[in-house]
Write a protein of this length. Structure first.
Length: 137
């Protein structure tokens, strides 16, 4: 019984160190995969393109012609080109595209209740000609 009480914290500490080491190795491999032209997300949630990679820093283009310097540790993820394009340009995922096509076809038909907007107070029917507020229902 006493042996279990002593071994349990040691096993927990071992597992914590092991998971931390895995995370560090993943972070290092991701930082080594940085190359110019890749889309990235920073730890602050900023999406950008890699312009150049230095020894400890990365130059990121956050808008056309706007280049900023970040440490390599500030890069949270390197994105696939399709994923980066979808996020930056607002393109929907492939399965959402079919739904958008169907809803666009339904939107082409005018609604029965649609009527042109009139700025004339006399014909709007919302209030009197004196400019008073419309009556509540």
């Amino acid at each position: 019984m006493n042996l279990i009480i002593l071994l349990l914290p040691l096993v927990a500490i071992f597992l914590l160190f092991r998971s931390q080491k895995k995370r560090q190795s993943q972070q290092q491999s991701m930082q080594q995969a940085l190359e110019p032209g890749a889309g990235v997300r920073t730890i602050g949630g900023l999406y950008a393109l890699v312009k150049s990679v230095n020894e400890e820093t990365v130059e990121l283009e956050i808008a056309p012609g706007v280049v900023t310097h970040f440490t390599k540790g500030a890069v949270a993820a390197v994105l696939d080109p399709l994923e980066y394009d979808a996020i930056i340009n607002g393109r929907p995922a492939e399965d959402d595209a079919e739904e958008l096509v169907e809803s666009a076809a339904d939107a082409d038909e005018p609604a029965v209740e649609d009527r042109p907007l009139s700025l004339d107070k006399d014909k709007s029917g919302n209030g009197s000609a004196d400019g008073e507020a419309p009556e509540s229902k």
